[in-house]
Design a protein around this ligand. Sequence first.
Ligand code: C5P
Length: 237
Amino acid sequence: MIEKKELLSEGKAKSLYSTSNNGELLMVYRDDTSAFDGKKTEALKGKGEINNRFNAFIMEYLSDNGINTHFLKETSNNESLVKSLDMLPVECVVRNIATGSLCRRLGVEQGLKFENPLFEFFLKNDELGDPLINDNHIIAFEWGTQEEIDKMKELTFKINELLCSLFDDAGLILVDYKVEYGRHSEGLILGDEFTPDGCRIWDKETGESLDKDRFRKDLGDVVESYQIVAHKLGISI
Ligand code: C5P
């Protein structure tokens, strides 16, 4: 029996607890949903459970395909046990199709498909609105080493290949997503989560958004859309 101990941090949608197992933490997926750096928030019933399930499925799929992740196991409907990592303060975003902040920033056409997926680093800082940064910022401010930068890019592109094909087979398009990494005695490994809260997924036939854009844009049926994606991927809920 894993005992939940001290609350270590409370993010916008997840809480992290220490446990009786040394070096292992409990990640609790809450129903809370937030967008625009916390300016829009709402609790969406059932989202914590679906995200916990969704994340477990993706993390196990990635692990089966050679990506080392912090995920260990689901311990309840909305909780999972993970390895404790020393997280790097950066977000890695890969875009297969232009949309979201990229279009606002560069004035490019929405829906432009990239022959070569685009990789971007953002600094994790809500007050600053998670600004775009590059490799040199990471080195100059010592947020990570060159080796870690190279590893993050290599892993994030490998994840892209694996997940694009997984989603494509399920009739879905993986438009873009964000992942985060942390240091562990095993090296730099995938941390945080992979859920429809942190990626964009479009239906291949209709182009309909089935991710957190439904919340951002007030389209409704947020949790229902996450369930549709889970169902198409064969995730048992
Ligand atoms: O907003 P933007 O277009 O830059 O987002 C790119 C991708 O990264 C989207 O899938 C979005 O859900 C994800 N993202 C995230 N957390 C952030 C910023 C972006 O999950 N803080």
